[in-house]
Ligand binder design. Sequence first.
Ligand code: FAD
Length: 317
Amino acid sequence: MKVIDHIRQSKETLVSFEILPPLKGKTINSIYEHLDPLMELKPSFINVTYHRSEHVFKKKADGTFDKVEVRKRPGTVGICAAIMNHYHVDAVPHLICGGFTKRETEDALIDLNFIGVDNVLVLRGDAAKNESVFEPEPDGHRHAIDLLKQVVNLNNGIYLEEDIRDGFRTKFSIGIAGYPEKHFEAPNMNTDLAYLKAKVDAGAEYIITQMFFDNKKFFEYVEKCRANGIDVPIIPGLKPIASKRQLSVLPRAFYVDIPNELSVEIMKCKTDADVELVGAEWLLQQSRELKAANVPVLHYYTLSKPRIIYDVVRQLL
Ligand code: FAD
C-alpha cells in the first residue's frame, strides 16, 4: 500500500521506522534481529536507506595502490522484498541520484515494481566521500527533482527507450526530503523551499524531514511550507541522542542544532548509558508534543538503537 494512502486512511498519528542495510558480509538475520522487537509497535511502513559506493585505495604487494570501488551496504532492494515477505509491512526504498545512471535507475524501478514495492523516497544523495561537491554520473541526475520526474514518467508508462510503446505504468507513491533547519547547500530557506515546492508540483506526495531536536523548528518549517503553497503531508524525522560524541557528530554530519537545554543535560552525564536515558526522555517529549499536534506520522531513524525507540513508542501508544 502507498504511504500516502496510509496517511489518508488514518485518523491517528502513525509510526514508521528507517533502517540501514547491514554492512556487506552480514546476513538478513541482522535486519530481522533489529526489526523483530519494533514490529510489535505496528509501523505502517519501513524505509530502507540507500548507500552509494565509494572509492578506496588498496595497497598492492609492490607498494603501489589500486583504486577500488566498494559498496559497504548493498541490498536495499532485497531487504525491501524480505521485509514485505517476512512482516507483511510496506517497505519504502530510498532512491538516490548519486552513483546511478538513468538506465540503472530505470532497471532498479522495474525490479522494485516486480517485487511489489509501491513507494520510493527520492533523494539526491550526498557527495561521494572523495568529492567535495556532489557530482552526478555522466548519464545520471543532478537533483532529486530530475530523478523524481523519471519516476513520474515511469508511472505514466514513459520509459527511456522510446520504442517501448504502451509500457506498463508503475504506481510508485513518491516521497521527498525536507530540512527544517535548511539544506546545508541552500543559500537561504526561501530558495530551499522554492525547490521543495517544485518537487511537490512535479509529483511528490509527502515530505519526510531531516532529524531535528527542537520541535519549534519543525512547526515553523511546516508554517513556512504552507505559506509557500506546499500542502502535502510533512512527516517529522526523529532520532534519539545516545552518546556524548553525537553532540558534535550530529551537527557536523546533518547540519542540525542541539538545543542548549539538551546539550547541558547530556554534558552532565557520566556514561553513555546515562546519555541514553536523557536522549530517550527528550525523544519521548518531542514525540508527545508532535503527536498532540496531529502530525501524520512519527518517523524514527532507528539505526543502532532500536531499544530506545521501542521504549519511547511503547509509552506513546
Ligand atoms: P535536492 O532536492 O537535489 O536538493 C539538494 C540541494 O540543491 C538543496 O540545497 C536544494 O535547495 C538545491 N536544489 C534542489 N533542486 C535544485 C535545482 N533544480 N537547481 C538548483 N538547486 C536545487 N542520502 C543517501 O545517500 N541515502 C539515503 O538513503 C538518504 N536518506 C535520506 C532520508 C531523509 C528523510 C533525508 C532528509 C535525507 C536523506 N539522505 C540520504 C540525505 C540526502 O541525500 C542529502 O541531504 C542530499 O544532500 C540532498 O538530498 P535532496 O533529495 O534534498 O536533494
